[in-house]
Write a protein that binds this ligand. Structure first.
Ligand SMILES: N[C@@H](CCC(=O)N[C@@H](CS)C(=O)NCC(=O)O)C(=O)O
Length: 342
């Protein structure tokens, strides 16, 4: 698409489908910001982007989406998740063309575009009105924002050696099995907050039936239907992973391996941050990742690792992480496991 009016129409169509105008607001002092973010309070990938925007003091239009079907939790009537609506998915498909990736259809437990492919039905999504572009993956959005706006801090250093070290850590977090842990029913040690266990018991089926309805309602749009069909395949694979005891044990072991690796890396750094004396995107993403593990009851993975424990304390306290993740106004549902984070 090259036509400016078409671009604006595509963005407007995604906006028009959102249920509640109160969940759209401007962050910062500008009346017509360059950036527009479709995101969700509890989404880890959205948390990464919000923290970058906050760290760099970038104004933006914020659309907070409800990414779980309502079923009487968010509203009286059934409402399909807002990230499945056709206008939003078309906007993602437009942004996704730049990735040159197949749609994700399997599920290994992580949601990295690099290893899993492109999911056309998720948040976050960034619109850059100056470049008239749409960026659809949190790692790419963080990079895009860091390059586009100088701001008070450069989160991805220019020096090629340091940059490579930072991006290696970013990739570890990007490929961590957070969805596998959030959605997964561990057979012996399911520590997730009760609210989450309840939501996850039938979430895959609810997602698939919502999407099936959108396929039927948009039968004339084959590209859209193909995107939806891929999402259904991915969610079916996700359900198989969530309820498979052996694979859940493997996902947990993989997470423990990641924490063990972090501990080694912390032993090697000149500190106080993961790649030396400067705070970078790597520290921000580790803060968000460790807090998610913590919230899921998995701070046990570093209970005997003092370095990780102290590092977690440091990265949680960074104002961008504290305000955009831990204390965000529409927060992750409460967890008994984070009572020690204050
Ligand atoms: N690689 C993508 C993954 C995005 C993703 O999986 N988003 C999740 C929340 S963190 C989502 O929107 N899930 C809703 C769904 O699958 O229905 C990114 O980093 O942006």
């Amino acid at each position: 698409m090259t036509n400016a009016a078409d671009f604006d129409d595509l963005v407007a169509a995604a906006r028009a489908e959102l249920d509640d105008p109160a969940r759209t607001y401007i962050v910062g002092k500008e009346t017509s910001p360059r950036f527009e973010l479709f995101h969700a309070g509890l989404s880890m990938c959205s948390q990464k982007v919000r923290a970058v925007l906050a760290e760099k003091a970038i104004p933006y239009t914020s659309h907070e989406l409800v990414i779980v079907a309502s079923k009487g939790i968010w509203a009286e009537d059934f409402k399909p998740a807002e990230n499945y609506r056709p206008g939003y998915v078309r906007l993602r498909m437009f942004g996704g063309r730049q990735l040159g990736k197949q749609y994700a259809q399997a599920h290994t437990g992580n949601s990295s575009v690099d290893t899993e492919g492109f999911d056309p039905c998720v948040v976050p999504l960034l619109v850059d009105h100056e470049e008239r572009s749409v960026v659809v993956d949190s790692k790419l959005i963080c990079d895009h924002l860091d390059n586009a706006v100088a701001g008070p801090i450069k989160l991805i250093p220019d020096d090629p050696t340091v940059r490579a070290a930072v991006m290696a850590q970013v990739d570890i977090v990007d490929r961590s099995p957070h969805p596998g842990l959030l959605y997964g029913f561990h057979p012996d040690d399911d520590r997730r907050p009760d609210f989450i266990k309840g939501v996850m018991s039938d979430v895959h089926d609810v997602k698939c039936s919502s999407i099936q309805r959108f396929i039927e309602d948009n039968a004339d749009d084959e590209d859209l239907a193909a995107a939806y069909r891929a999402k259904i395949a991915k969610e079916r694979a996700g359900k198989a992973l969530a309820f498979d005891p052996d694979r859940q044990r493997m996902v947990r072991a993989q997470a423990q391996g990641i924490i063990d690796g972090l501990d080694v890396q912390l032993g090697d750094t000149t500190g106080p941050w993961i790649c030396g004396t400067d705070y970078t995107l790597a520290d921000m993403l580790w803060g968000i990742s460790l807090y998610r593990f913590h919230w899921l009851g998995l701070a046990t993975m570093w209970s005997s690792k003092q370095r990780v424990s102290e590092y977690a304390g440091r990265v949680y306290k960074r104002p961008s992480v504290w305000e955009q993740v831990i204390n965000f106004p529409s927060p992750m549902p409460p967890s008994p496991h984070t009572a020690d984070v204050h």
